[in-house]
Design a protein around this ligand. Structure first.
Ligand SMILES: [Zn+2]
Ligand SMILES: [Zn+2]
Length: 246
């Protein structure tokens, strides 16, 4: 298929990529989405609802009978992302009795780790920081002299343009090496049924970014975390192997 055959004209977003969802998700996206995780080759994988998933499981395959019910609808990729993102709030609301204590606990744990790092390495007092996706390190330096170095894993980013959180494991612009550990956080989210940890992109602010980072630091037992500002938002990362340069 040529690129142009994959494009559609969305009344809201203009020219966009084509994505497919079952007609139930298209009509009521605020429910669990069953689909693969996005990859570079398939950034908007076909998705269906719980009822369609049950029909799929019963038959063990898509066949004439259960695929009729799917009645796939075409969405533009932006509408797909927006609709999928809108599932997170109601799904997390339903899990709040388990989620809120976990977040609170993860926040205090991360705060203690950050206090400790601040005391030992004065992370906020260095003149500048430079991270590299290639080396997987962040270097804090003063007057061109490296002072503190740490290994980094990107957790995700907050866009202050779209006001969304994007998990690093679904961000195809990143070097894959920079998020190798993060799928474990997603697996934890699957086990515990926390959509915020499994949906790639959803409406969020800077506080949500810190919460996802605190959960990731807890699940991966990281030494600490850091956030760097960019032109369109913030990048959140875990720190490990923190050490003085000399
Ligand atoms: Zn469905
Ligand atoms: Zn659209």
């Amino acid at each position: 298929m040529s690129d142009s055959e994959n494009k559609i004209e969305c009344p809201t977003h203009g020219e966009a990529n084509r994505a497919f969802v079952c007609n139930h998700l298209a009509g009521d996206p605020r429910q669990r989405w069953y689909c693969n995780y996005p990859t570079k080759d398939d950034p908007w994988p076909d998705a269906w609802c719980g009822a369609c998933e049950q029909a799929f499981q019963e038959q063990g395959e898509w066949n004439e009978q259960n695929s009729q019910n799917l009645n796939l609808k075409i969405l533009c990729h932006n509408c797909y992302d927006n609709k999928k993102g809108s599932s997170v709030a109601p799904l997390m609301e339903a899990r709040s009795a388990s989620w809120l204590p976990l977040v609170s606990n993860a926040n205090s744990e991360l705060q203690a780790k950050l206090d400790h790092l601040k005391e030992q390495y004065e992370l906020s007092e260095h003149e500048r920081w430079d991270w590299s996706q290639e080396t997987g390190e962040i270097v804090f330096s003063n007057a061109g002299v490296p002072a503190v170095i740490a290994r980094i894993q990107f957790v995700g980013s907050i866009s202050t343009v779209s006001n969304t959180w994007l998990w690093s494991w679904s961000n195809s612009n990143l070097n894959p090496n920079i998020s190798l550990d993060l799928p474990a956080v997603r697996t934890f989210g699957e086990t515990e049924d926390f959509a915020a940890l499994t949906v790639p992109r959803w409406p969020a602010d800077e506080v949500d970014g810190w919460e996802m980072t605190a959960i990731a630091a807890k699940v991966l037992n990281a030494q600490g975390a850091y956030r760097t500002p960019g032109e369109t938002g913030f990048t959140y990362m875990l720190l490990d192997d923190v050490r003085r340069a000399q």
